[in-house]
Design a protein around this ligand. Structure first.
Ligand SMILES: [Fe+2]
Ligand SMILES: [Fe+2]
Length: 390
């Protein structure tokens, strides 16, 4: 197949059709964690449920699902240039985040295999699923004469370190939000087949079940009381240098004591829910808005539906969830979207760096203020929270 380059305003660097992903503050991130703490995790409290989930993974329900059919032939050529560009951006972003999941799960399965075989097996099954998802998306990119250079991505991306507990929060949320995002698009296109711009969407129903199972795994993992996560050691790493002293052991003990206070879990739950929801909302109503329109979806309605559902689902495992029903909740997120529009307008305008920064400052401050008010909004206690559908 002839490799063609997509004409785009922000033209990508191409290398035999291989594109490195564009890096923005809202791009999917790659994560790494404390592997030693992970392998020493005591799962005995919830081992039965984890074993049951692992058994589900072994069945590999989607083994034969990701097989391309004849519908893909010529489908790429049917898209007009504008939709094509939006869709390729969607493919690129989705492929990168699926691949980021693969890398983290694969590394975890490898590193904890000896001491924590059950957990390692679960991670290996999830890595298998994510590799399949990323591969399937990348194959669709090749229909457009492009391919994401996954080897280059692995080597060149910065890895963000998260301690195990934060990895649980962040990955649980990204799996569950992934489930709601895919199923919402699938159901919408089922009702509006004329908006199905590419056959890839036919695969979303079974695909999102993989994400749902991955989310359930982290649900069970968190219920196994991650407070047993211990990385007590006499070592401490500051700015890349490692120091050893018996006193550091007490520092780690104190840190874990603080981490295990119920208030800490509540504060982290609010933080992660807000971070994930605000990031998605800002991106979908900003740069991705036109993509949703091309599917006949209103980005605002779609995101609010996905956020409400993910918030409801999270009440199963988080001690508190956000009050997304409060009058101010989406109003403040909309204000952030508005501010971001002005910010990108300033960034693209003429003028020197100093004056641009001064013009941007009030909008950054306003964004910070909105986020702070959202964070301080009284949360809903998960025990009292009775979602209609879970
Ligand atoms: Fe996935
Ligand atoms: Fe997943």
């Amino acid at each position: 197949m002839t490799q063609s380059t997509i004409e785009s305003k922000n033209k990508k660097e191409t290398n035999n059709g291989k594109v490195p992903a564009k890096e923005t503050i809202l791009s999917p991130r790659f994560y790494t964690t404390d592997f030693e703490a992970m392998e020493n995790m005591d799962l005995s409290i919830n081992e039965e449920e984890l074993e049951a989930i692992c058994e589900e993974f072994r069945k590999d329900y989607n083994r034969h699902h990701f097989v391309r059919n004849s519908e893909f032939e010529g489908a790429a050529e049917k898209l007009d240039p504008e939709t094509r560009e939006l869709f390729v951006d969607f493919l690129e972003g989705s492929c990168t985040s699926e691949f980021s999941g693969f890398l983290l799960y694969k590394e975890l399965s490898k590193r904890i295999k000896v001491k924590n075989p059950l957990l390692a097996e679960c991670f290996a099954h999830m890595a298998r699923d994510e590799a399949r998802h990323a591969g399937f998306l990348n194959k669709s990119m090749s229909d457009f004469g492009l391919q994401l250079d996954l080897g280059f991505l692995t080597a060149s991306k910065d890895y963000t370190y998260f301690p195990p507990r934060s990895i649980f929060y962040a990955t649980y949320l990204s799996e569950k939000i992934g489930y709601w995002r895919y199923i919402a698009i699938y159901r919408h296109l089922e009702k509006n087949p004329e908006s199905k711009i590419f056959p890839l969407f036919n695969y979303f129903e079974n695909w999102c079940q993989d994400e749902n199972r991955h989310g359930d795994f982290f649900d069970a993992l968190m219920k196994a009381q991650p407070r047993t996560v211990k990385s007590l050691s006499q070592k401490i790493t500051i700015g890349g240098s490692t120091f050893t002293h018996p006193l550091f052991d007490y520092f780690h003990r104190f840190r874990y004591f603080l981490n295990n206070l119920p208030i800490t879990s509540k504060l982290w739950s609010r933080f992660f829910l807000l971070a994930v929801f605000a990031t998605m909302y800002a991106r979908d109503l900003g740069i991705k808005k036109d993509f949703y329109s091309s599917l006949g979806l209103d980005a605002r309605d779609y995101d609010q539906y996905v956020i409400n559902k993910t918030n409801e689902t999270s009440a199963r495992v988080f001690p508190v969830v956000l009050d997304v029903y409060h009058d101010s909740f989406y109003g403040r997120l909309d204000k952030i979207v508005e501010n971001n529009k002005v910010l990108s307008h300033i960034a693209n305008s003429d003028g020197n760096k100093v004056s641009k920064t001064l013009m941007k400052l009030p909008k950054y401050l306003s964004n910070g203020y909105q986020l702070l008010r959202l964070y301080l909004l009284k949360p809903l206690d998960s025990k009292d929270f009775q979602p209609s559908i879970r």
